[in-house]
Design a binder for this molecule. Sequence first.
Ligand SMILES: Cc1cc2nc3c(=O)[nH]c(=O)nc-3n(C[C@H](O)[C@H](O)[C@H](O)COP(=O)(O)O)c2cc1C
Length: 194
Amino acid sequence: MDPCLIVYYSRSGVTATVARAIAEVCGAELEALRAVQPITGVPGYLRAAWQALSGQPAPIAPLRHSADAYPLLLLGTPVWAGHMSSPIRQYILQQRPYFRDVALFCTMGGSGGASVMQAMAGLCQREPLATLCLREQDVRAGRHVDAVRDFAASLALRRLQRGGADGQAAGQQAPLQTPASSAPGGSAVSGSAP
Ligand SMILES: Cc1cc2nc3c(=O)[nH]c(=O)nc-3n(C[C@H](O)[C@H](O)[C@H](O)COP(=O)(O)O)c2cc1C
């Protein structure tokens, strides 16, 4: 497969577990987003829920990988208040001019994954090659492995069918520094390859 980067935000490690599992299967590199303002304790939880609900991006620390170097980006987030997390929203808004193919995944306590996948696709301004939603309890119990394998297989198939990346962002270079101001935000396992 072409070079592939997994960009994810994970507050408590569940989405990170899935990101690492996908990286192992796909041979992808990993970029863990870090929120500038730590999301800890009850105030952090409430702020996170409010930011997600109101579609606000949250400032993220400087990036280590340049999105424009990867024909395929996999973007992962936890579901917060039925929405994508505010750090992944920030990443998409900041980096989407450099996106080519994308695939999406999320983890959740119980529900909201399908609408998060839809909202992320809209924000990316792209139809994802594949999506994957997993429940936290299944990831913690190690029941995500088969779903991750299926996700990687459908992704590889879709890439083959499309004949690789379209080079849409060729020539552009993604900034590795976060801009000082934020852009405006606009069953147990499920996956799909639209
Ligand atoms: C602020 C906040 C809001 C959340 N809202 C939802 C929700 O609406 N639906 C849901 O199923 N899980 C919700 N969760 C649970 C997380 O989506 C779930 O624990 C996820 O797997 C955590 O991923 P992480 O460990 O990578 O941060 C929420 C968690 C937080 C911190």
